[in-house]
Design a protein around this ligand. Structure first.
Ligand code: ASP
Length: 589
């Protein structure tokens, strides 16, 4: 057994005999004395072998990088001159007395300190080596502390940890399902859960009262940089609590977590209605660390004789908004061109701007390609509304509201980052009062959250005016990232039917897909609600990781491929036959 982890040895252990296990990080030969940096989970310590210990010295001479060793020796202080202030154990070293080589290692495919040069594919292929890097080790240790803190909090608050099935039916969270063919039910398929949503609701119907699970979820989406096909949620559901109480208890969980793990006090989270978030920040997950806001100028632009502006200003689905950047007049033409390309990603057809050089000089003191299209009085009124000052720049978005919100919302964050305008390290908030539905591209209503979310109105009002109906849903946002979201659920069959009806799910389809839920609602379903946090994203934020893959032990690439195991793999024809599956010619090739 080890007596200490390598990385945990300090001056307080001087003169102690220790037994260590670890990997050789580095080996140096200094005039007949051998130095081994021995590394384990907790860090690195220097071990010195001198020729007195003949047999062991010889072995020390033979070891190479990543050999696995058992070392026994005595801790001693380093001489003043050899103290290494960059190393946690830099004040001490271990005088090695015995060394056993437990295993050899071939030359690793990359050196630990060269990981940045080798490319992520190689790191993922040899993930077990990549994870030996202290930086990666720290991230996974932090992840473990985070889940421990969360489990403790939920346990203290009476939540039961209950597992739900992985082989199940589709849960509508808006993504594509991963399907698993059934051998015993010919031609039928399981779906992997996009979330445990329906099961956690059923657990409330069964009276479990408070449930949580650190649950794997699966969504077959085209992957963006911060997505994984399988990811982990902290999934929570409670009975007999209203939205305010659910928000309070889960906010407490995140606040305690930050205090415990990062020693950060997040304070009380402000709340903001969805409509306000969209209007002021163009986003339902605003990054409140950045002090820039969108301002509506629709009314002013209705009057200008410039189609680019008056078109959207007079379109009920349009929006014309301005984004004032204090001190932004220094932004160069080249940079403005880059920002124009940037908003193009979100569908914006251009990026109009006005620089305020000398406000006292009136219109003359402004610089912009669009001034010639606008009457002076409109420009003056707009400058007053935006409360501009010398040295500011104002950007404009004019298009369908969706495009303007996405484009200016993203630009606000980008400019804030570029000009380093952050006013706080952490900015949490709750976004509330979401609409129940949004119009899909096909013009049909779809749920903004999921179809089990309770509306804040009666079934009749909902049927009459689905577009105006709000839901009792809430999202927790931190630094512009959605940490989690949830809602109070529908617990009465009439309301559930009304929602399905708006969504165009008829009785028969509802019965086939969710009959079990509709049945359960008939047998004494309590009022209930909950939410789910994305654990990977939470860890990523708390560890300041650049990529979500850095906080997952064995992640997949952006094409949903595991480079190490080479999954997904082919199935043998015998297996396919058992499953009654025949591949099309194209897939076979
Ligand atoms: N099931 C939801 C989701 O995965 C969360 C919730 O409503 O509790 O987003």
């Amino acid at each position: 057994m080890r007596s200490h982890y390598c990385g945990s040895i300090t001056s307080s252990n001087i003169d102690e005999e220790v037994t260590l296990y670890g990997w050789v990080d580095r080996r140096r030969d200094h005039g007949g004395v051998i130095f081994l940096d021995l590394r384990d989970r907790e860090g690195i310590v220097q071990v010195v072998f001198d020729p007195d210990t003949e047999e062991h010295f010889e072995r020390a001479d033979r070891v190479r990088t990543e050999y696995v060793l058992e070392v026994k020796g005595r801790v001693r202080a380093r001489s003043e001159a050899t103290i290494n202030p960059n190393m946690a154990t830099g004040e001490v070293e271990v005088l090695g007395k015995q060394l056993e080589i437990l295993n050899r290692s071939e030359t690793p495919p990359f050196q630990m300190d060269e990981h940045t040069e080798v490319g992520e594919d190689i790191r993922l292929k040899y993930r077990y080596i990549d994870l030996r890097r202290p930086e990666m080790m720290e991230k996974l240790k932090l992840r473990s502390r985070i889940t421990a803190s969360i489990r403790n909090y939920l346990d203290d608050n009476g939540f039961l940890d209950i597992e739900t099935p992985i082989l199940t039916r589709a849960t509508p969270e808006g993504a594509r399902d991963y399907l698993v063919p059934s051998r015993t039910h010919e031609g039928k398929f399981f779906a992997l859960p996009q979330s445990p949503q329906l099961f956690k609701q059923l657990l409330m119907v069964s009276g479990m009262d408070r449930y949580y699970q650190i649950a794997k979820c699966f969504r077959d989406e085209d992957l963006r940089a911060d997505r994984q096909p399988e990811f982990t949620q902290i999934d929570i559901e409670t009975s007999f609590m209203d939205d305010q109480q659910i928000m309070a208890i889960t906010e407490g969980m995140i606040r305690d977590l930050f205090k415990e793990v990062l020693e950060v006090d997040l304070g009380e989270f402000p709340r903001m209605p969805y409509a306000e978030a969209m209007s002021r920040f163009g986003s339902d997950k605003p990054d409140l660390r950045i002090p820039l806001e969108l301002v509506d100028v629709n009314d002013l632009m209705q009057q200008v004789d410039f189609k680019v502006f008056n078109g959207p200003a007079n379109d009920p689905d349009g929006r014309v908004a301005a984004l004032k950047v204090t001190g932004g007049a220094q932004i160069s033409r080249k940079q403005i061109d880059d920002y124009t390309k940037f908003v193009g990603i979100y569908g914006a057809k251009g990026l109009a701007w006005i620089k305020i050089n000398d406000l006292a000089a009136g219109i003359e003191g402004l610089q912009s390609p669009i001034l010639k299209f606008m009457p002076d009085n409109i420009v003056t009124e707009m400058m007053q509304r935006l409360e501009v000052a010398d040295g500011d720049i104002v950007f404009f978005g004019a298009d369908k509201a969706k495009v303007v919100n996405e484009a200016l919302g993203a630009l606000r964050v980008k400019v804030g980052e570029d000009l380093n305008m952050f006013t706080a390290e952490w900015a949490p908030l709750w976004v509330v009062d979401f609409p129940m539905f949004e119009k899909g591209n096909d013009g049909e209503w779809t749920s903004l959250h999921h179809p089990f979310t309770a509306p804040a109105c009666s079934p009749e009002e909902l049927a009459e005016n689905p577009g105006e109906s709000l839901s009792i849903a809430y999202d927790m946002v931190l630094n512009g990232t959605e940490l989690g979201g949830g809602s109070v659920r529908i617990h009465q069959p009439e309301m559930q039917k009304a929602v399905f009806k708006v969504l165009g799910i008829n009785d028969e389809e509802a019965q086939i897909k969710f009959g079990f839920l509709l049945d359960a609602l008939k047998y004494g379903a309590p009022p209930h609600g909950g939410l789910a946090f994305g654990l990977d994203r939470l860890v990523m934020l708390m560890s300041d990781a650049k990529s979500i893959r850095d906080v997952i032990a064995f992640p997949k690439t952006q094409t949903a491929h595991c480079v190490m195991t080479d999954a997904p793999g082919e199935a043998e024809s015998k297996q396919l036959k058992e499953l009654n599956i025949r591949l099309r010619e194209k897939a076979k090739a």
